[in-house]
Design a protein. Structure first.
Length: 195
């Protein structure tokens, strides 16, 4: 439904609005799916008030830094983006490129761990007056990092290139796609979409 509106979006603000609407639909569905014991009522950050938001925030941070590093290896300036608003000191291009990978890497790992009860609400220190953000215990963080790293290292057939790549190499491949478009080798960017 929302994706069908993208070809007719006339402004970048319209595109950003569609992305925001899609994110709200996704996080509402997550809230409806999870056991109420998780205390997740939708996406909130800075600081995350509940365990699921803490997992999403930490996972997105790790994905962001991986993406930023891979952009630099391809010779791209991570501060010059095309979707996220340019702000002083913010690597907008890293935020842009990681959007393709949030659902298939971080969201997939968070939901797998929570739904399969490999991580439990007891593994977190909930927000309080003294500490406004929800924090992971050391053990929970270790489990999460281990599973996230396994996901980064898992191989799949890239839907555009047809090559077997791990997820980090897929991010790097998409950075090369950007370089090809910028240098005129391709007319349009081909996003990595898994079906």
């Amino acid at each position: 439904m929302l994706a069908g509106e993208l070809p007719t979006a006339e402004t970048l603000d319209h595109v950003r609005g569609l992305e925001g609407s899609g994110a709200r639909v996704f996080f509402t569905a997550v809230a409806d799916t999870l056991d109420p014991a998780w205390g997740f009522h939708g996406r909130q950050r800075r600081p995350p008030p509940d365990p699921v938001n803490a997992l999403f925030s930490y996972g997105y941070t790790l994905l962001f830094h991986n993406t930023c590093s891979l952009l630099l290896t391809r010779g791209l300036n991570p501060h010059v983006g095309y979707l996220h608003a340019l702000r002083r000191g913010h690597p907008a291009l890293a935020s842009d490129l990681m959007e393709e990978f949030r659902p298939i890497i971080v969201d997939a790992v968070v939901l797998k761990l929570v739904l399969n009860k490999q991580i439990r609400p007891e593994g977190f220190n909930l927000a309080s007056a003294a500490s406004p953000g929800c924090l992971m215990s050391r053990e929970t963080k270790e489990v999460f990092i281990r599973h996230l790293e396994a996901k980064f290292n898992a191989s799949l057939t890239h839907p555009v290139s047809g090559r077997r790549l791990d997820y980090r190499r897929c991010i790097e491949h998409q950075a090369r796609e950007l370089v090809d478009v910028i240098q005129g080798g391709q007319l349009r960017y081909r996003p990595m979409v898994l079906r």
